[in-house]
Design a protein around this ligand. Structure first.
Ligand code: THU
Length: 161
């Protein structure tokens, strides 16, 4: 029997204003993107922004539907739009901002499993880790160096044989 142990390190900053300029801009874009959320069923507003290797920051927000499962998370709205508009550009960093008001000491809401998988697809596609910034309502931010840190043993094209 062999044992495989994984270690995940998440950097926590009290406020995104403590981050370098480009990361700060990315976080501000994710917060701004929440304004585009169509979330009349959950009232949970989510914004997501992406820094591309062409220097542009694109964004998306969650879009819900009366047929609940049809709704889509902000991260995937942002990823699919960026992939469509700039198919040759690598995604370097992704930020996500939610309207969750976390109690003190706790962490902001992290991307769901499906969005983690969608981010992983872009890492594999461009052979490049994507930094993730998860922003809390008070500006606290968690930085993850690659989605693999929070999606270990992920399924990707190599799994298809
Ligand atoms: N949501 C996101 O936009 N991103 C996530 O990672 C988790 C959840 C959205 C989906 C739905 O519109 C609302 O938040 C409540 O689940």
């Amino acid at each position: 029997m062999k044992k495989l142990e994984l270690k995940t390190t998440v950097e926590i900053y009290e406020h995104f204003s403590k981050l370098p300029e480009i990361d700060r801009q990315l976080c501000e874009a994710a917060i701004e993107a929440r304004k585009g959320a169509y979330a009349i069923y959950s009232n949970f507003l989510v914004g997501s922004s992406i820094l591309l290797d062409n220097g542009l920051i694109t964004s998306g927000s969650n879009q819900e539907n009366a047929v609940y499962p049809l709704g889509l998370c902000a991260e995937r709205v942002a990823i699919f739009a960026a992939s469509h508009q700039y198919p040759k550009s690598k995604m370097l960093k992704i930020a996500v901002s939610t309207s969750m008001e976390e109690p003190p000491q706790q962490l902001p809401a992290f991307p769901c499993g499906s969005c983690r998988q969608a981010i992983r697809e872009q890492e594999v596609r461009f052979d490049q880790p994507i930094e993730l910034f998860v922003i809390g309502h008070d500006g606290k931010v968690c930085k993850v160096p690659s989605i693999t840190s929070i999606l270990p043993f992920s399924f990707d094209k190599s799994s298809l044989g």
